[in-house]
Design a protein around this ligand. Structure first.
Ligand SMILES: [Zn+2]
Length: 279
């Protein structure tokens, strides 16, 4: 991932200040814990890496909107997004046990200062469970950005390496969506909105621009799109070889996403885009 770095907590507040000074309004935090275990305990511990980063960011940049990734894969020793059970050659991700830990994680992020939580796991019923728990704990102002349509995609590879979370066994196709199926995406989005999602997100971006358009048109909800690591790496590699003009290509991609209805774009080019649009 050229140009993309993991930051230690002690540097995160200065980085937050820099992105705020560039005119960016929001950041999305992913945590990489020092230790991973079978309960993903780093995800919901009070002194977890995301919780400490939030406190550092909020003390320096209280206005910067801090959104946190809520998932267990970065914290699980096996790298899956939930609690797993292995039966012989098969493994299952246990939905309800996983949702309980996701709720714990969301609450601990809210307590540390998150403005929004972004569950990225695709378990059933997690949006409703998180909404209910946030409301019951006086975090009714904390929003939910739901990864509503997350496709099983080949474009996630570079991120998994960067976040040190490739699954140790099996793959994630049992809980991510079949990319041939557009109707399932619309059903998943409808469910998440019913359960209380404030913003719905489509991931990846460019290969799913039809889904973005349909979701934005059908539901009229604030819609985000996640331009993922593989999409980023592809342009970077082509630019490095002189095949593409990076700036022109990136601006064209981002405008295409806006044209298709994106209200929010999550992108590794955020800093560069802020500079380019200012120029
Ligand atoms: Zn995950």
């Amino acid at each position: 991932m050229p140009g993309v770095f993991q930051l230690p907590v002690k540097e995160i507040a200065d980085e937050a200040r820099r992105v705020q000074d560039l005119g960016l309004q929001a950041i999305l935090l992913f945590g990489i814990p020092a230790k991973k275990d079978e309960q993903a305990s780093g995800a919901y511990s009070e002194d977890g890496v995301v919780q400490e980063a939030l406190r550092a960011i909020k003390s320096k940049c209280p206005e910067l909107v801090a959104i946190t990734d809520v998932c267990l894969c970065e914290y699980m020793s096996h790298g899956h997004c939930g609690v797993t059970r292995i039966d012989g050659d098969h493994f299952h991700v246990l939905n309800d046990e996983t949702v309980e830990l996701l709720v714990e994680t969301a609450l601990s992020h809210a307590a540390a200062g998150a403005d929004m939580v972004a569950p990225s796991d695709m378990m059933d019923g997690r949006i409703g469970a998180i909404r209910e728990a946030l409301d019951a704990n006086s975090f009714d102002q904390v929003g939910i950005l739901s990864y509503a349509a997350k496709f099983a995609s080949s474009f996630y590879g570079p991120f998994r390496e960067a976040a040190e979370s490739p699954p140790r066994f099996g793959d994630r196709r049992s809980y991510q969506m079949d990319f041939a199926n557009a109707n399932e995406a619309l059903r998943e989005v409808a469910l998440d909105i019913d359960e209380g999602a404030d913003i719905v997100m489509i991931k990846p971006a460019l290969p799913y621009i039809d889904i973005l358009w349909r979701v934005r048109k059908r539901f009229g909800k604030p819609t985000a799109v996640y331009h993922v690591s593989g999409e980023y790496a592809m342009v970077k590699a082509a630019a490095k070889k002189g095949i593409l003009d990076e700036r022109a290509a990136v601006l064209e991609i981002m405008i295409a996403l806006k044209r298709a209805g994106a209200d929010i774009i999550v992108t590794y080019w955020a800093r560069e885009l802020a500079n380019w649009t200012r120029e």
